[in-house]
Write a protein that binds this ligand. Sequence first.
Ligand code: FEO
Length: 401
Amino acid sequence: MFKPQIVTDNIFYVGVNDRQKHKFENLISLTRGVSYNSYLIIDEKTALVDTVDISFGMSFIQKILDVLNGRTLDYLIINHMEPDHSGSIGLLQKYFPEIIIVGNAKTLSMVEGFHGAVGNSLEIKESDILNLGKHVLQFFMIPMVHWPETMVTFDKTSRVLFSGDAFGSFGTLDGAIIDSQMNAHRFRNEMIRYYANIVGKYGSPVQKALDKIAPLPIDFICSTHGPVWTENIAQVLEIYGDLANFRAAEGVVIVYGTMHGNTEQMAEAVARGVAETGVKHVLVYNAALADSSIILRDIYKYKGLIVGSPTYNNELNPAVESLLRKLEVRNVRNRIFGYFGSYSWVSAAVKQIKHFAEKMDFTLAETVVEQKQALTLESYEKCIQLGKEVGEMVKKSAVCK
Ligand code: FEO
């Protein structure tokens, strides 16, 4: 029924595609779905690496049974306990009651917390080895990529890194599972969107994880979401290095809130100013209508950020406020930042964006534009000046393309 898909050397893909959920974690849009990847190693001992969201538990079990072809499952290795990967542990234990759960102390504690009991288990520590026969597995802790218990498993024999969420992306696997067998280009943006929205708060742990895996001779990266990387390993490592260190490409994201169009007119003028400097990536988003996960993705991609808001109930526009909070929580840094705003009778928005900007590790444009009521010619020209200033600063400081 299920034709097994091989990664390499008796390592089989047994993951599933989710085209049903509208939002990942009930927050982040899934325009082209998401895959929950799981891998089954067949050797003298059999081992499964991670499980899948419980919504797909039965088709997952069927795939495992088909690959096992009558054999039992000896080990379940848990790299990450978030339920999109651990949700099927209980179901798996029903089918394979003797299975040994392999994880670190934090993992095993979470298994008990989420599933009530651990069952048979093998607690492992940093650099421990598990020998399956031909395949020799080694474990490395990468806490906070993306939870405290997260670890990676390296198959020393087949040079395969089972990386958990790291290097994962949104988007289903439509037929092929390995980057060399598909047009993997579309996953680049979805990897950045996954990082910005899910892992982005943990740049420093990600850098530590990259340093830890750097000496490993990796031929395949098997993440829990998106393609298996083999042809593009150098590129995905570079993308992760840039993201973890907030290095960004030449481009400017302009995000605004607007009630009746006056602040929007300011944003249009700012965009004109940026474009006049020759910066080609200029992305203008209405914060209340655009997909916030895409806005966040592009803020991670590009060096320049300009934010505008009207004063709303003596505060910021709520959609702009929500975005600024996301940036603050993730401690986004190393950006060229400009801002503008408007008000009808009392000024508040520009002061609040200024307050936000001063807390962040941003380089600020000198030009700030604040407009009372409708846009004047003087303010229009000042908005263009703001765009030009940020555009020129970005051209001097963007470091990756
Ligand atoms: Fe894909 Fe942190 O779970």
